[in-house]
Design a protein around this ligand. Structure first.
Ligand code: BTN
Length: 256
């Protein structure tokens, strides 16, 4: 069938490091990944779907998941607690690097983990983690990448989203993007396991630092200048009173 992802090609290119489980349509790859993880699916499983009927975004939002155009996948990982702390930085970093390698377009990261091209969102990351005691038991790392999507086709996304095709002016094989991103994820995960920190590389790609921003934290809006990021990726905001506060990625969303 035209426009199906060539999973055999992707699996051959990424080798045994990743084990791809493909479905044409799911409600959400996050849900299927959780079910498979509970049934014992190994770390390194990648749950990939051509379309999602109930794609999930951060902070309870939905994720537009049309068939035949984009990438929707969830990694099943069983990381150490140290690695888990780096995942919210490592994942968007791998996505930016993978997109740049596959497409040759310049990308940036909007804190904490939106990947942008030209100031518009091309990819989002959603991480569900389970911690038991002081061990990280499971991390489900969901990644959506707009590859050949027409952002103009969805009125609420027209002004804020983009796709690789919109940036390049031509379509790109989804397989090439997926292979590049999975290879960068493997390399960065291996580096972190050897004790390397991804914080500086992630920080260098943030568009957010040095800007006046508004953060939504629960039902409060916090305003100030984004001056730095903490060791584990929290945003350091300096208010008009000069007081600095750190906000964790999971709690807040940001508008520039
Ligand atoms: C965000 O809001 O920026 C995060 C979006 C994450 C979307 C991906 S698509 C694959 C995986 N399955 C989902 O339902 N969501 C994530």
């Amino acid at each position: 069938m035209a426009n199906e992802i060539d999973v055999t090609r992707v699996q051959a290119a990424v080798g045994e490091r990743w084990r791809i489980v493909y479905r044409r349509e799911v409600d959400s790859t996050m849900t299927l990944a959780r079910e498979l993880a509970e049934q014992g699916a190994p770390a390194g499983s990648v749950v990939l779907a051509d379309a999602q009927t109930a794609g999930r975004g951060r902070l309870g939002r939905s994720w537009v998941s049309e068939a035949g155009v984009n990438l929707y996948f969830t990694l099943i990982l069983r990381p150490s607690l140290d690695l888990l702390r780096q995942l919210a930085m490592l994942t968007p970093l791998a996505v930016t690097e993978g997109i740049e390698l596959a497409a040759g377009v310049t990308t940036a990261i909007k804190w904490p983990n939106d990947v942008q091209i030209g100031g518009r969102k091309v990819s989002g990351v959603l991480i569900d983690a389970e911690i038991r005691g002081d061990e990280a038991a499971l991390a489900l790392v969901g990644i959506g990448i707009n590859v050949n999507f027409d952002p103009g086709s969805v009125p609420e996304l027209r002004e804020i989203a983009t796709s690789i095709r919109a940036a390049l002016g031509r379509s790109l094989a989804r397989e090439a993007v997926l292979i590049a991103v999975l290879n960068r994820l493997a390399a960065l995960l291996d580096a972190c396991e050897r004790g390397v920190s991804v914080r500086e590389a992630w920080r260098a790609r943030l568009t957010t630092l040095g800007r006046e921003i508004a953060l939504r934290a629960g039902d409060r809006i916090e305003r100030g200048r984004a001056v730095d990021v903490s060791e584990d990726g929290g945003l350091v905001l300096e208010g008009a009173d000069g007081v600095r506060r750190v906000f964790a990625a999971g709690e807040v969303t940001l508008s520039l």
